[in-house]
Design a protein around this ligand. Structure first.
Ligand code: BES
Ligand code: MN
Ligand code: ZN
Length: 498
């Protein structure tokens, strides 16, 4: 969908339908005298008598077909006191889907309409554009095209009287954020047979070239040279060998700045390995690379927007499969930092690939801030459900930044403790550390294991198991991968972290 700014005012604007988000209560046409004057037919339309702008209400009002704007769609937002940006996003999503259903090809939002809502127009515009893009994503990209299915809208116009640079920037931010979320979603929805670690590396390389990022891919030989036994052991049971993908955004003048390093778990398929998972829902484990997908997607936007910050993205990709060559419970491997790790459950593979990726991030990039994102533990999903990701960090400022970035992104994160007393539960009889602890406190145990591989660096771990996948579709996301985290990471790179 193309985003356009149309200038000149109500008399000049052209579209199939006008979008009017409105709060319940005071007569909307009184609040917007310009709209009332431009569409005098609205006030007398019999259907208007039933329109309340209550939360969730969509109302299409028809004018004469020869008018330059022949229809108005009211998006009910409910009472001002309970207004949230998420309500607005969902209503915009529903509205655009409605426009598709009635086969309209262009919509127009008068920018001044947003001034009647809390928050500020540019902030709202960013979210409207974000939501509009998300709502039109269908996800079934491997199906034959249904030529009879409704398409569009193709054009989303923002109606203004004169050019406004700040609003243009807001609209671009919204489009970019949506592009990232949709890319992360698409990658995570890809079947594992079509997105192996090597395919992921190819994809990263081509996106890096397109967006002007540096890209380096380490294969098994490179990993062996660097002593990455923890990452390597996860992939050794698969015919698709692991890859460590490194993307670097190094803007002019910032090359020597210690970077923000983003590390993503990229398990292209998690069968559990020898500690095989049950069959039910195992297919969802094609999205066990959601963290890596979020990092890759965020990096493309960070580069495209030429953000003035040195940022490195590291994707730790492997396929966790059972087989004759697989790592076994009881095996001991060496991580890149020389620590020996006893493996007791091959299904706890994410923390293994991340351990080496975190070591590599520190030795090769000396980060100012290190953040990993991973579909790490079922325990986190049990603790926080499907709307909250867990954030673990000893750095309270970093936690606040991540929470704030998440809030801007509409991706909620909630702090969980790095409870040091539990570290003893990771003690091994025969190695320096065991990668799993007891079932109780599973998300914390995993986070403590990761923290064991991080030295004196500002560090946070995001556990997105549970939020990376949606059982039921919404107007903003069909069933399946959600793309969670891509936008939060962009916001993190944007914001003044220091
Ligand atoms: N990828 C899973 C975690 C997961 C579960 C993500 C459900 C999304 C939805 C991870 O690799 C895993 O299997 N974790 C184990 C760890 C356990 C063996 C210590 C878990 O959570 O059960
Ligand atoms: Mn697993
Ligand atoms: Zn996993």
């Amino acid at each position: 969908m193309e985003i356009r700014f149309q200038e000149g005012g109500y008399k000049k604007w052209q579209a199939d339908i006008l979008l009017v988000p409105a709060l319940e209560g005071e007569n909307c046409l009184k609040k917007h005298p310009e709209l009332d004057a431009a569409c005098p037919w609205l006030a007398v339309a019999p259907a208007m008598r039933d329109v309340r702008h209550s939360a969730g209400e969509l109302a299409v009002i028809y004018g004469h077909p020869d008018l330059n704007i022949p229809r108005v769609l009211f998006l009910g937002l409910g009472k001002e006191e309970s207004f949230t940006l998420q309500d607005l996003r969902l209503m915009v999503g529903k509205a655009l889907q409605k426009c598709r259903e009635i086969r309209l090809s262009s919509v127009l939002l008068p920018l001044s309409i947003l001034d009647a809502l809390p928050c500020g127009r540019d902030r709202l515009l960013e979210e409207v554009i974000y939501a509009a893009h998300l709502s039109l994503y269908e996800g079934h990209f491997l199906r034959k095209k249904d030529e009879t299915a409704p398409k569009g809208p193709d054009i989303f116009s923002i109606g203004v009287t004169e050019p406004i640079l700040a609003s243009k920037k807001a609209a671009i931010r919204g489009s970019h954020a949506a592009k990232a979320t949709l890319l992360a979603r698409k990658l995570a929805n890809f079947p594992a047979n079509m997105l192996t670690p090597a395919d992921f590396a190819d994809k990263a390389e081509s996106l890096a070239e397109k967006h002007g990022l540096n890209c380096r891919v380490l294969d098994e030989k490179d990993m062996l040279d660097r002593g990455m036994g923890a990452l390597l052991c996860v992939g050794q049971g698969s015919v698709h060998p692991p890859r460590l993908i490194v993307l670097q955004h190094q803007p002019e003048g910032k090359a020597d700045e210690p970077p923000l390093v983003l590390v993503g778990k990229g398990i292209c398929f998690d069968s559990g390995g020898i500690s095989l998972k049950p069959a039910a829902k195992m297919h969802q484990m094609k999205s066990d690379m959601s963290g890596a997908a979020a990092v890759l997607a965020a990096m493309t936007v960070i580069a495209e927007e030429k953000l003035p910050k040195h940022v490195v993205g590291i994707l730790a990709c492997a396929e966790n499969m059972p087989g004759g060559a697989s790592v076994k419970p009881g095996d001991v491997v060496y991580a890149m930092n020389g620590e020996s790790i006893e493996i007791t459950n091959t299904d706890a593979e994410g923390r293994m690939v991340l351990a080496d990726a975190l070591c590599y991030a520190q030795t090769d990039y000396a980060p100012a801030i290190l953040v990993d994102i991973a579909t790490l533990t079922g325990a986190c999903a049990v603790a926080l459900g499907d709307e909250l990701a867990g954030v673990f960090s000893d750095d309270v400022f970093l936690v606040e930044h991540i929470k704030a970035a998440g809030q801007t992104a509409g991706e909620n994160v909630w702090p969980l403790p790095l409870w040091k007393n539990y570290a003893k539960k990771l003690e091994s009889e025969i190695a320096d550390i065991c990668h799993t602890g007891p079932r109780e406190g599973g998300a914390i145990n995993a986070a403590l294991f990761l923290a064991h591989f991080v030295d004196e660096v500002r560090y946070a771990h995001l556990d997105i198991a549970g939020v990376d996948w949606q059982e039921k579709g919404t107007a903003l996301c069909p069933k399946g991968a959600t793309g969670f985290g891509a936008r939060t990471l962009i916001e993190l790179a944007r914001g003044g972290l220091e």
